[in-house]
Design a protein around this ligand. Structure first.
Ligand SMILES: Cc1ncc(COP(=O)(O)O)c(C=O)c1O
Length: 372
């Protein structure tokens, strides 16, 4: 069996290559590379897809969070709650804007931010907290009803970090459409990926939309008239043209991921590991299919890697223990569920183009490990 990568983009692109080539050619023919019409066309498509009032194309998912923070009025020195178990960029974006990441622990079943831990952070924080950034980790939404209630009671803004869950649903609503803003990463490896960096901010507030549009474009209200200190954070026309083609295929790809996940679930049920838990009301789009092994997943990972299967740990070090966040003063033991998860999780390939033969090979390799 040939190696099974974590994702096979060449296979994904092949069947839609001519459509993408035509879209790229059109952009080159028009030579309108900055905020060309494909950007607003893609934004309109995302508005319809996410059933949201506005979608603002930006350059990546990290800057999407930064712009959302600024557009929602979060200032330097403000505290922003986010989970300790997420990709660096969630907290990195908060810190880059001069705000203070205030970590919370996760729910051990869903790996998403825990409501009890948010309440604890609100009670104990020495800085004034102004916002919460729940992360929809691995492709399913955090407990948005609970988070919205806490936010309302404490007058906090909510930014959904929807980098990994674009297309997922929470109680019938699209992920990213529930909070004050939803941010999206369209990095090539995401379920909807560009041919480079790209991102998006979703919002139902038209005032926030116009702030985002000014902020992403150097603070320009009109060309050379700078209203605020903005950034160069625009979405490329070329990327928008590619994404516009790919968006049409996203639901089909996500359905295949769900079918692959179902197949794994059926086969792994009786083994000594935990399969993903999906609370009622959540539609999971399996950006990752993440197993959990009591104690440590390291040996299972080594076994699968030795069989040519690219299994990985997302993420091996929780953010409160990262060198770069030492200045925040956290210590081991502060977020036990995040620390435990970082030792026990393991994601295996679940991408839509996996063949039945590859799926069976992965299933048999996992079973083989547990038979030993
Ligand atoms: C949870 C999360 N937040 C933010 C980001 C940042 O997105 P980007 O890489 O597009 O800047 C990512 C990307 O991996 C992510 O997984």
């Amino acid at each position: 069996m040939e190696k099974i990568p974590v994702l096979d983009l060449k296979k994904q692109i092949e069947p839609i290559r001519s459509e993408i080539d035509a879209a790229i050619k059109k952009v080159i023919d028009n030579a309108n590379f900055i905020l060309g019409k494909e950007v607003s066309e893609f934004e309109d498509d995302v508005v319809a897809y996410c059933r949201v009032k506005a979608a603002v194309g930006v350059c990546n998912g990290t800057d999407a969070i930064k712009l959302a923070l600024v557009a929602l009025g979060i200032k330097a020195g403000d505290g922003v709650i986010c989970p300790a178990f997420t990709y660096f960029a969630t907290a990195g974006a908060i810190a880059a804007m001069g705000a203070i990441p205030v970590f919370a622990d996760i729910d051990p079943l869903t790996y998403n931010i825990s409501l009890a831990s948010i309440e604890k952070a609100l009670k104990n924080s020495k800085v004034g907290i102004k916002a919460i950034i729940p992360v929809h980790l691995y492709g399913q939404c955090a407990d948005m009803d609970g988070i919205s209630n806490i936010a309302k009671k404490n007058n906090l803004k909510v930014i959904e970090d929807n980098a990994q869950a674009f297309g997922a649903e929470y109680k019938g609503e699209k992920s990213g459409s529930i909070g004050d803003c939803g941010t999206v990463s369209l990095f090539p490896g995401k379920n909807l990926g560009a041919f480079g960096d790209a991102g998006m901010v979703l919002t139902n507030d038209q005032e926030v939309e116009s702030k985002l549009k000014i902020l992403r474009n150097q603070g320009n209200k009109d060309k050379y008239y700078h209203l605020v200190l903005g950034y160069n954070n625009r979405l490329d026309t070329l990327q928008a043209a590619i994404l516009k083609v790919k968006l049409k295929y996203l639901d089909g790809w996500n359905k295949k991921r769900q079918a692959n996940a179902d197949y794994y679930n059926r086969n792994f049920k009786s083994l000594g590991l935990k399969i993903p838990f999906v609370p009622e009301g959540n539609m999971h789009i399996y950006h990752q299919y993440t197993l959990r092994v009591d104690g440590t997943s390291a040996k299972l990972m080594d076994h699968l890697n030795s069989k040519g299967i690219d299994a990985r740990v997302y993420y091996p070090v929780p953010l409160h223990l990262q060198e770069c966040f030492k200045y925040l003063g956290y210590k081991p033991g502060d977020f036990p569920e995040s620390e435990k998860a970082s030792l026990e999780v393991l994601s295996i390939p679940v991408y839509p183009d996996l063949t039945q033969e590859q799926l069976d090979y992965i299933v048999n390799s996992v079973k083989e490990y547990f038979k030993k």
